[in-house]
Design a protein around this ligand. Structure first.
Ligand SMILES: NC(=O)C1=CN([C@@H]2O[C@H](COP(=O)(O)OP(=O)(O)OC[C@H]3O[C@@H](n4cnc5c(N)ncnc54)[C@H](O)[C@@H]3O)[C@@H](O)[C@H]2O)C=CC1
Ligand SMILES: O=C(O)C1=N[C@H](C(=O)O)C[C@H](O)C1
Length: 234
């Protein structure tokens, strides 16, 4: 498969190594100041750039009729607009706040735990995410997806940054620490005891392998998907 890397930073470079190991060709690597036109050489585009670039990049790929895997986070509020655009162009997109297998299993565990905890009002739920100091968005996209999973089973229909409790809102403590690849934990706390689930990424390889698997998968599918569809998780 011929892959175009849109964004050649920490993730773009990790994806290149993984893609070559899986037998693919990386035909172009596009940075912020490069011409995007080059992507037309590829069968599929993998986009990991920055929150302010993702939406226009996705639309450009749809205009070119190219399937795109987008891992960039921080553009949640524009998801509906992007969905409508891709639909109008009959395009193909896989987007996910986190492409790793471990985190996608963690998403399911989080939803199941939220369903189990829902009747027990004595527990207060909160979240912590820790990432490297170069990260542009807070909270992380993964934390937002976890919060959406909890909202399905509780009245916590929004989130706020910090550790204070606010009504109908999930506190997310976003910490930035040098070199941390991505750690997420969900805590349920009562006077009697605490319950905690946690995922720790040891490297970026899990995100990169997931993104390449998603790129292999979308060349055989048409429409808008998330990693849950690619992994066929319930
Ligand atoms: N969904 C997932 O599994 C994961 C998502 N991410 C997200 O991916 C994004 C990128 O992460 P990193 O690679 O760590 O960041 P990075 O900052 O190391 O690399 C991003 C690169 O994209 C370039 N760029 C920015 N705008 C561009 C544009 N319009 N066209 C081409 N290149 C452009 C930047 O110059 C930079 O080199 C972030 O939003 C991050 O949150 C990161 C890891 C996993
Ligand atoms: O910026 C990162 O590094 C990461 N971003 C994603 C997110 O915002 O959740 C995924 C992962 O945690 C690493």
């Amino acid at each position: 498969m011929k892959i175009a890397l849109l964004g050649y930073g920490k993730m773009g470079q990790t994806i290149e190594r993984v893609a070559i190991q899986r037998g693919h060709d990386v035909v172009t690597r596009i940075g912020r100041n490069d011409s995007i036109e080059d992507i037309q050489k590829a069968d599929v585009v993998i986009e990991f750039t920055a929150p302010d670039s993702a939406v226009s990049n996705i639309k450009f790929c749809a205009d070119m009729g190219l399937p795109i895997v987008c891992g960039t986070t921080g553009w949640n509020e524009e998801l509906q607009e992007v969905t409508d655009y891709i639909d109008s162009k009959k395009g193909t997109l896989v987007h996910a706040s986190n492409f790793s297998l471990g985190v996608n299993i963690f998403f399911e565990l989080n939803r199941k735990l939220a369903a189990m905890m829902a009747p027990y009002q004595e527990y207060r739920v909160s979240m912590e995410e820790i990432h490297h100091t170069e990260k542009k968005d807070a909270p992380s996209g993964t934390a937002v997806t976890l919060a959406q999973g909890i909202a399905e089973y509780t009245d916590l229909n929004k989130w706020h940054l910090g550790t204070d409790n606010e009504s109908n809102s999930l506190p997310i403590d976003a910490q930035r620490v040098k070199d941390v690849k991505g750690t997420h934990s969900v805590h349920y706390s009562s006077v009697i005891d605490d319950i905690e689930i946690k995922h720790t990424a040891h490297s970026r390889d899990g995100f990169a392998i997931g993104a390449v698997i998603a790129a292999e998968w979308i060349t055989k599918h048409k429409g808008i998907f998330t990693m849950k569809d690619v992994l066929n998780l319930s």
